[in-house]
Design a protein around this ligand. Sequence first.
Ligand SMILES: Cc1cc2nc3c(=O)[nH]c(=O)nc-3n(C[C@H](O)[C@H](O)[C@H](O)COP(=O)(O)OP(=O)(O)OC[C@H]3O[C@@H](n4cnc5c(N)ncnc54)[C@H](O)[C@@H]3O)c2cc1C
Length: 584
Amino acid sequence: MRKIAIIGAGESGAQLALGLQRDGFAVTLLSDRSAAQIRTGKVMSSQCMFPTALDAEAQMGTALTGFYESGSVPGITSIRLRVDADEPIEWEAPLDGPARSIDQRIKSALWIETFVAAGGDFRIEKVTPRMLEELAHDYELVIVSTGKGEIGQIFPRDKAKSPFDRPQRVLALNYVTPDGGAAAGSSAAGTGGGGDAIRMSMVPGVGEFFTFPGLTVSGPCRMMVFEGVVGGPMDRWTDVGTPEEQLERSLGILREHFPHEAENFSGAELTDDGATLLGRITPTVRSAVGELGNGKLVFGLGDAVVLNDPLTGQGSNNATLAAKYYLDAIVRRGRQPFDRSWMERTFDEFWRGWGQWAVEWTNDLLKPRRDHQKTLLSEAADHPALAASIVSGFDDPRTSYPWWFDSAAAADFMQARKEEDTSVFDVRDFRSALGQYATGVTVVTTVAADGRKVGLTANSFTSVSMEPPLVLWCPSKRAPSLGDFEDATHFAINILASDQHVLSRQFATPATDKFAGAETTEGIAGVPLLNGAVATFQCRTVSRHDAGDHVIYVGEVESYKHDGGAPLVFHAGKYHATASHPDF
Ligand SMILES: Cc1cc2nc3c(=O)[nH]c(=O)nc-3n(C[C@H](O)[C@H](O)[C@H](O)COP(=O)(O)OP(=O)(O)OC[C@H]3O[C@@H](n4cnc5c(N)ncnc54)[C@H](O)[C@@H]3O)c2cc1C
């Protein structure tokens, strides 16, 4: 049994420990606090988990489904955004699925107790660099998931990925009674008026306030998060002594800068003695490999190596997804050593597949809005499909690329979303209905005229004819690589294996080098073929057919191979693995 030590039993460490325990690893979990101390301690976060991260929890077996099923954790189904400007902007758009916030004091404590109940080795230790050396000597892999804890300093700061060298916001967090003391029927009261929405208000140059419902140690609650621009009018917490003073100062800030919210919290009371938090965070990405005095290596996870400002609520989501990436990589490693190159590859996979998008999007939102972003936000008030796309970034920040960052891409994107408003059907709903058809996942590759490797994820692949051997796939007319496919004589369909979900995400997201880390072999006409695919079809384009907003590409198969193995399956917007039907 492989021996793994995990330091820190928070969002990432506790979930990874449980996932590894379930997969038969001998895990030692070390935490500076017991489950009881965590439960009765101070709040740490507002931890709103969006659907993609909730799905990762479910896959790791760490979802606290009992709370969801009992209805004690409200499902947050939309985001309502308000921006103070000459012409104030206000709109609300649905999330792709419900988001949920369970106090980390409940989650971490329960995860630790579950780990211990299943026979896990749990130790209460505040781990020091010296102890790390001993652990790294005794264990095959030591993972440091200590969040903002000091010990994370052993991982060198990655300057290229960390554009800020100081905090951009001053944070204050309060957990208050569920209706914020507001009168029944008002927007904070939980019914109508967006009660189950994240309400986010932005005042340029001043800061942001957001609020949403959740579950805390004393029952239902509402979180109030203040993000004040450093040195700005909301940066006034230093003289606050007690939690009650913090609440009072919070209400004053609401009255002054977010008056539309003030009334909703007029009777707010703190939920418990630990219901407040103050702080400031320098967004920092670190190298995930830490070298100790004795030459041994430790591997960083979660906030210890990818620390975001909470403005976009990505931290816990990021930590959960990182835990899932690491879990999969550890299981795939078999008996091979957890050496430096494995650590670097594993982190890089997570960074390219998820982390970088969460970080860059969050860092961008900390800066003043650029003109095209102001236009996106204001146009969203009249165009629900555009508003829904902006909101999707909270669940999956990759979807904000490239249009959030680039003015030309923003104009194109806005046009496409506006067209959706006049579509015959509600496009999201139509897409969901089509998503009921389970498919495999392919990456279609070609080589551009200038020799660049080109690839994109597609599930529109279909076999067409046996004689001649024809297949088809359908790229969108808006696909940035469409011109490259038009110029090329050949393309290849690479049918992904179950363990290639990382590649599926990678090729579905714009990047300067989508092939980074992907092993390829050169095929006909120089087309790159992805190693490890369950089947590959090398095709010569024989016809293209105009089909609405897509093009149908028909290719004659000139060569194919199939190595077998489990394919990756896509159904209802999620990845699946195949299993034999129990009836057959
Ligand atoms: C005000 C605020 C609001 C936030 N809101 C959101 C939100 O809405 N959505 C979201 O996704 N994220 C949010 N976050 C971020 C989120 O809380 C973190 O990103 C997430 O908890 C990171 O998980 P982690 O596993 O890396 O670290 P943590 O969850 O912080 O866990 C680290 C654990 O390590 C322990 N530890 C530390 N040092 C040691 C040591 N030396 N030895 C042993 N144990 C140690 C700590 O006690 C802790 O239990 C928010 C953060 C703040 C501050």
